[in-house]
Design a protein around this ligand. Sequence first.
Ligand SMILES: C[S@@+](CC[C@H](N)C(=O)[O-])C[C@H]1O[C@@H](n2cnc3c(N)ncnc32)[C@H](O)[C@@H]1O
Length: 205
Amino acid sequence: MSNIRTNYEKWYEGDSYYWGTEPADFCDELISLCPPSCEKKVLDIGCGEGKDAVYMASKGYKVTAFDLTENGIRKTIRLAKENGVEINAYVDDINTFETDEQFDIVYSTGTIQYLFDENKKLFFEKISRITRKNGFVFFNVFVEKPFLELPPDWDIEEKMWRSGELFSFFPDWKFIRIDETIFEDNSNGIPHYHCMDTIICKKII
Ligand SMILES: C[S@@+](CC[C@H](N)C(=O)[O-])C[C@H]1O[C@@H](n2cnc3c(N)ncnc32)[C@H](O)[C@@H]1O
C-alpha cells in the first residue's frame, strides 16, 4: 500500500466504525428542508463508512454514495445491509468523478478539502450540472485560521480552504444557511480544534 492516498484506508480497517454509526446533525437539517420520498435522489460525496448515507436511505431517499477508500465502501455496503436498505455505493475520487444522473440533494461533509486547487472550478460546475432545479447542496469544508494549529490527524491530500471560499462558488444560488464555526474534536484521541465553513443552498435557476 505504498501509493496510499488517504490514511482513512487504514483507519477504516477492521470491523468497528471510526466515525461511529450515528448520523450527523446535518442530515436532520437536510430532511426538514427537503423531506424524503423514494423519488428523491441524494448523492453523498466522501461518504466514509456510510453512517449518513445509510441514515438517509433509511428515511426513504434513493442514495448514491462514494468514497476514495475501499474499506469505507465495504463498510457502507455492510451498514446498509444491516439496516435493510439499498445504496448505490462505490469507490471514486472527488477530483475526477463523473455521473450522468441528476440529484435533488448533493451532500458532502468533511471531504471537500480533498479537492485539488486545479479541480475546484470544474467540480463546482459539475455540481451545478448534476443538481436538479430547486435541488439543494449541503456542503462543509475545513478552513484555515492563523490562531488554530493543524489537527493531529490531518490527512495526506487534505488542504485547508480560505475562510468564505466555499460560499464564493455559489453566486447564483439561493443561500439558505452559511456559517463558520470553531469546534473541539477528539477523533483520534487527541483533543483539537477545527474551523468549518458550511453552506446550504438551493438551485433556483
Ligand atoms: C473526515 S472524513 C468524512 C467521512 C464522512 N463524510 C463522515 O462524515 O463520516 C473524510 C473522507 O474523505 C474521504 N476521501 C479522501 N480523499 C478523497 C477523495 N479524493 N475522493 C473522495 N473521498 C475522499 C476519506 O476516505 C474519508 O472518508
